[in-house]
Structure formats: structure tokens, C-alpha cells
Design a protein around this ligand. Sequence first.
Ligand code: H79
Length: 479
Amino acid sequence: MSAVNRREFCLRLSTLSTTLMLPLDLHSQATMTARNRRHPVEPIKDTMTQAQRDARMAWWNEARFGMFIHWGLYAEAAGYWGGKTVPDRGEWIMNTARIPVADYKKLAVHFDPTKFDADAWTSMAKASGVKYIVMTAKHHEGFAMFHSAADKFNIVDATPFKRDPLKELAISCHRQGIRFGFYYSQDQDWTAPGGAARRGGHWDEAQNGNFAAYIHTKVIPQLKELLTNYEAEDAPVEIWFDTPTEDMTPELAGEIVALLNQHPNVLWNNRLGGGYSGDFETPEQHIPPQGFPGKAWETCMTINDTWGFKKDDRNFKSTVTLLRNLIDIASKGGNYLLNVGPDATGVIPQPEQERMLAMGKWLHVNGEAIYGTHAGPFPEEHGAYSATKKDKRGNPMWITVWDWRATAKGDKVYVSIFQWPDSTFSLPTMDAHVRRAYMLADPHQKALQVSQNESGIRLTLPAAAPDPIASVLVLETSA
Ligand code: H79
């Protein structure tokens, strides 16, 4: 058994028990209740061969790091309504404060983000080591951040700004070699009649209407626009759906899938609803203890505590935490979609840029350990379920260990070390034979002393860690 197969084998053995313990988000519950229904329209991935499926997902599986952008009218509210702070996440403000539709729509009259510069965002993302960008085309507020003929409540027709930032970003991404995708809230829409509203339902008569009519008059026409309004090269490569409810029947979702099938290269996540599984799993705000063995997955996460800009949210995660998360996710074969929330002037807050760029600095030296890799060969490094402690649901608590993480690519294993050892560094056993070991940051790739036997691998590392956050040890192996 190769090193990598061995890991997958071990994980498969434990999948049955661990999946039951993973926190279930609302969306996956909605998906699960509908899962066993027949699909009225088969998604393209289900009619492809495995080789075709792999090719379709190839760029995504190699990317490992993406930047999410939540930008909409909520950035102008910035966590305030009527002069008072509103709790919870910024992009939920309309729902949290039960703002009437007509009042909320007035935010558009003043929305004029004149400092928006798509090239500046893309350059920043590129310097951060990001391989793809996903921006909100329409969040639950219902406001389109692109020019839409289907609905006048959009940034070109309803604001003094009159520009289409989504399109500008798509063009800029294409120019700078970054993949571009968009987020589209297909189910919840708090300003369109018939759009769904979670947490307490509708709060304004203007929201009443027929859900199917909403899908037919707004969602499908807008998705068509988003899929076709770009020159072929700038075309989106990914759609990020969100928060499906029971309103999204297999039939309605099937109509959307029929449209998506006309764009076979566009990947879409597991949150369409109607029982469709989509192309990848989407744990939100958490990293599954052992990933999703055998599945493509992407953890999306806020850089502070909100997706959409909130003036007072200064609870930014440290660069140490963010880099550890990226490395942890890569060691489990997933992607990290890290969010930034630009303000109403069109600027990504400075503390967010600083952290993104610090990640880019590390990736500039150590990116080989992340991009194009898959899960590492050791099953033991992530932590373990406690024998005594229980989590909130009463299941055994997962205790994460932050010593090191491993990824693999070809005949190389990359070990990112967080806790620099005093003398000898030990790794568990692995089937493959270590031919040579060196530090990735060492320009001379000086061979390190290494010994390997049945019980494990022992290495003598340089006295000081090459990097204060994570130093990458490379193991060149042969079968
Ligand atoms: O776009 C981001 C979120 O706005 C969206 N998904 C990510 C990518 C999302 N919408 N709903 N949810 C995630 C899950 C539901 C969260 C809720 Fe709540 C808990 C809704 C009501 C209670 C958080 C706390 C939002 C409002 C209060």
C-alpha cells in the first residue's frame, strides 16, 4: 500500500463514526431531507466518467486557497441602523433589525464606492497567494452587485455609482490569472416578493409572493445573465449557492440545474437545495477534524466575526491562526475560502489586507507544500477524540493538536512544523522510504540527517526554525 493509500484506508475505517459527529449546518439538513428524491434533471457531473469529473475539478483541487468577498448594501449600514449597533453578522442586518423593504432599498441611493479598484483587489489577492476569488453577486438582501436587466434593484441602475464591480473584477481576475466565481443567494431574498426568509419568516408585506415565481422571474434570469454576460475567458468558473430551504423543490432546483448543465465547466457547491449534492462540501466557519475523505470540500471562514463589513468588528484572526488553518485544511485535502468584507467606499479594510498579504509572504516561500498537494500520509497528526470530554452535542470532544501537518505531492511529503523541536524531530511510520530530507526555505536544500525504521522516522533539524509560524520539512520518498 502506498503512503497515501494507507491514510485513505485508515480514514475510511473511521468515516462511519466521525461523520455522525460533524456539526451539521442548517443547509446540510435541508439537503439531507431531500436527498433520496429522484433528480428531475441529472447534473453534468453525474453523467461524466471519473476521468472527466477529475479534469473538470482539476484547477479547484490544486488551488487550495481562495478569497471570498462579501460586498453589498450592508457594507454601507456597517452594523448600524437608526444610529444603533445591530448584533450578529453585518450582511444579516436587514433581517436582524427587521428593516422594512422600502427603507432598506434606500441604502442604494447613497451607495457610491468610488474608491473601488478591481485591479487593486486582484493584485492584493494575487500577492496573498490566492488562486480564485468568489464575490457576492447577490446576498440575502436581494441587491445585485452587477448590471441586471431582470431586476432594477442592482448597482448600475439603483445607485449613483452606476458601475458593474462584479464584471470589472471578472475582467481583472482574467488579466491577472486568477479564477473568478460568484456567490448567489438563490433561495433567501428579503427584498424580492416570494423570496425566502429564514429566522422568523417575512416581516414586511412587500415580501409576500410566490417562491416559484421569484425563481422564474429573478433567479433564473439573473443566473443566465451571470453565466453569459462575460466574454468566454472572463466567464465564471464557480457558483456558490447558499441556505436552501424546503421551498427549493427538486423540480425548481432541477430547472436551475438544466441551466447549469449548459455551462459544464462551472463548478457549484452543495447548497443549491432540492436534493442536489453539488461538486463540493462547504463546512462554514469550522474545519472538519478529519476532512471529508473521498470528497471535494472547502471551508469558508470569516477573517473577523462577520462576512459583510461591520465598522466595529475588530476581532481579526491572527496570521498564525489563518496560516495554521490553511495548512491544516490542505493536510486534509480541502480548500480554504477566506473572506474579506470591503467597506462602502470600496476598500478592503487594512487589517484584512495585512493578514492576507502576510499569508502570501509565507506562501511565496512555502507554497510548494500547499498548491497541487493532497492529504498527507500520516493519519495521526490532527488530534484525537477525547475519551472523557464531551462536546456541546454530547459526543466525544475533538481535541486538536497543533504540532505539525503533512501534505503530499508526487514522491514528496511536506511537513509543516508549528512547534519547533528542541533536538530530534520524530514522525510516525510511513510505508514509503525517505531518500532525502531538507528544509523548503533552505536555498541550498542541505540534506538533513534522517533515520527510519518500523516505529517511525527521526530527523535532526536545524537549531532554529526557519519560519516563526510554520517551517516546511520536505521528505523525498521512494516506494
Ligand atoms: O454568506 C455567509 C452567511 O451570511 C451565510 N453563509 C455565509 C457564506 C449564511 N446565511 N445563513 N447562514 C449562513 C446560516 C444561518 C445563520 C443564522 Fe443567524 C443563525 C441565522 C439566524 C441564526 C447568524 C446569527 C446570522 C444571524 C444571526
